[in-house]
Design a protein around this ligand. Sequence first.
Ligand code: NAD
Ligand code: DAU
Length: 327
Amino acid sequence: MDRMLVTGGAGFIGANFVQGAIATYGKITVLDALTYAGDVRNLAPVADHIEFVEGDIADASVVDRLVGQADVVVHFAAESHVDNSLGDPAPFVRTNVVGTFNLLEAVRRYDVRLHHISTDEVFGALPLDTGTRFTEETRYDPSSPYSATKASSDHLVRAWTRSYGIAATISNCANNYGPYQHVEKLIPRHITSVLTGIRPKVYGAGANVREWTHVDDHNAAVQKILANGRLGDTYLIGSGQERSNKQVTETILRLLGQPADAYDLVPDRPGHDLRYATDSSKLRTELDWTPQYQDFEAGLAQTITWYRDHQPWWQATKIATERRYGG
Ligand code: NAD
Ligand code: DAU
């Protein structure tokens, strides 16, 4: 059985991944700095079956030690929120660029397989209503400090693959939703706002479109890439479920029994990408991946139920987050 190192495993997608991967991998070590976005409670269901190391991927010595004990690394750790990157880009450069560099140097040293988790935001924005989609060949054109640092990390992985022959794959996924997502992000922010009597805030006119992919479908794709992905290759991951922010907001309000217009339009996010959409046919054809959550509204209803049932998980964070947003 492979020994797996998961960076960022106490965050949203990483914790869901670890909870699912425990059945497949003999030994999982999670390396996570427990920033504001990391929470050991996210790993409670598997705490007895994993090793947890609190540490920073920007610290080359801890990265070296743990990579040296692993057969495969799945790299989720990142500063992940666009709004935060606009306020203070420094931690994004440190974690997303320097942290990834440290991992690359360690996997090169110990000849360890790496899967790098990235985002469709590296490609910039698509126009509305054109039907165009990002592919694995789309030119990089990041808009925010967050996406620029993720683009940098992808370029580092590609360069280390070509120049040093490391055994790496990359995936670029569309917007995720599901349990354990931090309340700073659109869907959990709206759900927890409505549950606490705050009117949801929609940036600009709410016309921006995202492709909503359930976290379990993202992680199932990562498992497929780990098992059968071609080394050196990139795979796009996306459900095909495109919705405008206005549509998402109105659906959440309806599912929570509120009037569809019970939200406020607020000033737009600077550099706000208009639309993301991926063409994931390579993943579907070559690795036989099909998203299980084809009904976005059903996935949203299930996510609402999770937040309703886990109020103690988000209550304190909600207050701190809204304060950070200036509320
Ligand atoms: P998250 O913010 O919920 O979790 C990030 C985790 O990384 C946290 O546990 C945090 O403590 C940890 N971390 C941050 N800096 C660290 C450091 N220096 N050292 C060690 N650990 C550190 O993020 P997420 O939404 O789960 O995203 C995970 C990955 O998936 C990221 O690489 C992100 O770019 C990518 N991604 C996210 C989405 C999405 O919609 N959320 C979509 C596509 C790709
Ligand atoms: O596309 C993948 C990316 O999706 C990931 O790489 C990022 O880590 C992840 O955060 C997400 O980025 P977005 O910027 O798309 O997600 P966010 O949840 O911040 O916002 C989704 C959309 O909703 C975006 O158009 C901005 C808007 N928005 C967001 C918030 C928090 C609002 O209108 N109101 C809000 O309160």
